[in-house]
Design a binder for this molecule. Structure first.
Ligand SMILES: [Zn+2]
Length: 758
């Protein structure tokens, strides 16, 4: 396939003949943009021309990486904006103009661009013929991808595999002319969907680390996940458009199923059933706890035995016998095929006690037909896109309204996504061996150490913590386990075979999806009696993201994110500290945000803070809540016919992580300069000091174009602030930023009131 993406890092080894052309283009762009830059220098925001005179050419980095970084930055900036007025617009204005949302997407940002690059690389791997000696899970991934791409076979198979599953769990009333209530056991149905697909239409059951006992796992019961965001469902008048699109999706899918089985069901009947399905989901939404009230891990830790759980739900008055939940039976159905014996004394943790009682009441007042329609809909909705063109079309029509996308993604991207999520470590194995620069792992590790050391040193300076709590915080930062690039067990090729032992892939894509997800679920469920491993990877190495896991006190930086624009060798470290450095600082800070602070160095829920320190902390957290709650999202006013504000409560953890991460990365960068001497400037951008480059590196990571619909989803259910506000909110709190950019006190980017925790 040759070179997939003309990036400098890959040019040398993969398509050297393109190097000259690319460099020529780079040079032209530099000249062009430098001219633009000169025009804007007259606008007088900063004394840049004078700054340039002070720096001779020895202080300018002329490496290819620096030229590439300079080109990208120059294309990103909008120099007609005063950086002290709106730094996001200053740093990203040009980027946004050059990167409109593609018709197939609902947003376009730096992460999307890197993901697209990674997807092309995965496509290259998956489309290649089987190689001798290749691990069998990688071969399975190639076969799974081929099956997904084989649309002729998918169409010839039609909905048969889906109908088999629908039939096996009691049939779908709204798409059947012979549904019988007595054949439908809703508990068995949701148990099968959990066991085979990991779905949780009414109750979520998962085996996960025990939050108070670091040695093992526990069965954790939680409220259901919903299809639409809770806030949309509980406010159907505001979100009528989305609910109508949702209804059409349900009706259309049911009609397809009716057609496939040659049944005779009146359209009016299907329509009424679809309304009832949505009404039921709205009622479910009302009994779930909203995310802003799910930030206290202690409230959500309610251990009890299976027997006590049974007594608890039995104590709810019910008007209909089908509402009784037989927990032992349900658990046994989920764990069928897993080598685990469950007694009435099995310990479980219930996250939302009230939800279970309310669910029983709701089920008691809901006809079984509606419950069956809803459960089967969740199945059809999940697997429909893995069947025919028609069902994929229906899902896309919903997405068009929900996310604002105009065209479907090409099938190969869907197939790369499905394959890499089902066989993530097999696909990730090939990705890492082919595309990951091992040097990046070493550099990332070094930076983690630098920023962690900085965090510890900053903690020792905070005056609002008592000394004992301060010491425990430092211990926690030191104990944080870092997972970088890929799992260590990749070194042992046979470990991959063991991990995917029993994997089987055939020609039917949908059957592959079911069997691979079943295998995945079995692996999760069988961990119930296995001691906890803090070094376990929960994410695929090709993912372009980073994580903090409070249960294990570990941070993960997969190979996917250790590349430009987040990280690159040979360019000023200011840019690396501003981008991947901030990402690392962000994840470390999560260990100390409003939720992370609730667990100790081993990931156990433990109160290691003194009361006085907690009180001060809560005051400081309140500052962030207020700051971000004041931010408006005017792009959405028209869509919702009201003034839309940010939710400072649900985003507080991420906002604290953004703020702490940026601050710690900047301090670590200053230390780097103190140890290694001042850095060079970028060609064509000599007016910017290395410290200013740090802030540009930070802000440009968050440049984004987005549809209004996607922005709405972010505001309603994303724990992160919209990207523009991640930049603005973080920098407005930073004295370092204000100083580096000479922003007058009281200017929009340097307000007098600032929030600070870490
Ligand atoms: Zn985060």
């Amino acid at each position: 396939m040759g070179c997939l993406k003309p990036r400098i890092t890959h040019l040398e080894n993969k398509c050297g003949h393109l190097v000259i052309n690319v460099h020529f283009v780079t040079l032209l762009t530099l000249l062009y943009i430098f001219a633009v830059d000169a025009n804007h220098n007259n606008e007088g925001f900063l004394p840049w021309p004078l700054e340039i005179l002070k720096h001779d050419r020895n202080h300018v980095c002329e490496t290819e990486e620096c030229k590439a970084a300079a080109t990208q930055l120059l294309q990103s900036l909008n120099m007609s904006v005063d950086p002290c007025e709106d730094f996001y617009e200053f740093a990203c204005g040009g980027w946004v103009e050059r990167h409109p949302v593609l018709p197939t997407e609902s947003h376009r940002n730096q992460f999307d661009i890197v993901m697209e690059k990674v997807d092309l690389e995965l496509k290259e791997i998956l489309e290649e013929a089987e190689e001798p000696g290749e691990p069998s899970p990688v071969v399975a991934a190639k076969k799974a991808y081929q099956a997904c791409m084989d649309t002729d076979y998918l169409e010839s198979e039609g909905l048969d595999p889906l109908l088999d599953i629908i039939g096996s769990i009691g049939d779908w009333p709204m798409a059947s002319d012979s549904w019988k209530e007595e054949n439908f056991d809703w508990q068995n149905a949701i148990a099968q969907l959990n066991r085979h697909l990991g779905l949780s239409p009414l109750v979520s059951l998962i085996v996960y680390l025990d939050r108070k006992n670091s040695t093992g796992s526990v069965i954790t019961i939680d409220q259901t996940s919903l299809v639409l965001p809770r806030s949309m469902l509980v406010d159907p008048y505001t979100y009528g458009r989305q609910l109508e699109a949702y209804r059409r999706w349900i009706v259309g899918s049911a009609m397809e199923v009716v057609k496939a089985r040659n049944a005779s069901v009146p359209a009016t009947r299907i329509s009424v059933d679809a309304f009832e399905v949505i009404e039921f989901e709205i009622e479910l939404a009302h009994v779930t706890t909203p995310s802003e009230k799910r930030r206290n891990a202690y409230r959500m830790y309610n251990p009890m035995t299976l027997q006590e759980l049974q007594q608890m739900t039995d104590s709810v008055q019910i008007s209909s016998s089908h509402a009784k939940i037989h927990w032992q039976q349900y658990f046994e159905a989920v764990f069928a095929g897993v080598d685990v014996t469950l007694s009435p004394q099995e310990r479980v943790v219930v996250k939302e006690v009230q939800y279970l009682s309310d669910l029983v009441t709701l089920l008691g007042s809901t006809p079984l037909r509606v419950i069956a329609n809803y459960i089967q809909w969740r199945l059809v909705m999940t697997l429909g896109k893995d069947t025919t063109q028609k069902l994929r079309e229906l899902a896309f029509n919903f997405d068009r309204v929900y996310s604002g996308t105009k065209e479907k993604l090409p099938l190969w991207r869907e197939c790369v996504f499905v394959t890499s999520s089902m066989l993530s470590f097999a696909v990730g194995y090939s990705y890492v061996s082919r595309f990951f620069d091992i040097e990046a792992k070493k550099s990332a590790l070094q930076m983690v150490e630098n920023i962690r050391a900085q965090f510890s040193s900053s903690v020792s300076d905070v005056n609002w913590m008592d000394p004992a709590t301060r010491q425990v915080a430092q211990d926690k930062a030191e104990a944080m386990k870092e997972l970088i690039g890929y799992p260590d067990w990749y070194a042992n090729k046979s470990a991959l075979e063991v991990y995917y032992n029993g994997v089987s892939v055939g020609r039917s894509h949908m059957r592959n999806v079911v069997s691979l997800k079943t295998l995945m679920m079995r692996r999760i469920l069988s961990k119930l009696r296995v001691p906890k491993d803090r070094t376990e990877w929960y994410t695929s190495p090709d993912v372009v993201n980073a994580y903090y896991n409070p249960q294990t006190n570990s941070i993960t930086f997969p190979a996917g994110i250790l590349q430009p624009p987040f990280f690159s060798k040979g360019r000023p470290e200011a840019l690396n500290y501003g981008s991947i450095g901030v990402v690392i600082g962000h994840e470390i800070t999560h260990g100390f945000d409003d939720m992370g602070r609730q667990s100790d160095r081993y990931g156990n829920l433990a109160q290691w803070w003194s009361r006085a320190t907690i009180d001060t902390y809560l005051e400081k957290a309140q500052c962030f809540i207020q700051q971000y709650s004041m931010y408006r999202v005017p792009e959405l006013d028209e869509l919702l016919h009201t003034e839309v504000m940010m939710n400072g409560i649900t985003t507080q953890g991420e906002n604290m992580a953004d703020n702490g991460g940026m601050r710690q990365a900047f301090l670590a960068y200053k230390k780097y300069v103190a140890d290694n001497g001042p850095e060079q400037r970028l060609p064509g951008l000599q007016q910017f000091s290395p410290q200013q480059l740090f802030f540009l590196g930070f802000a440009t990571v968050w440049c984004e174009s987005t549809t209004k619909e996607s922005l709405l989803q972010e505001v309603l259910s994303d724990p992160h602030s919209p990207q523009r506000l991640r930049v603005k909110g973080t920098l407005a709190n930073s004295e370092d930023f204000a100083h580096a950019w000479n922003c007058p006190a009281g200017s929009p980017m340097n307000p007098r009131n600032k929030c600070l925790i870490w």
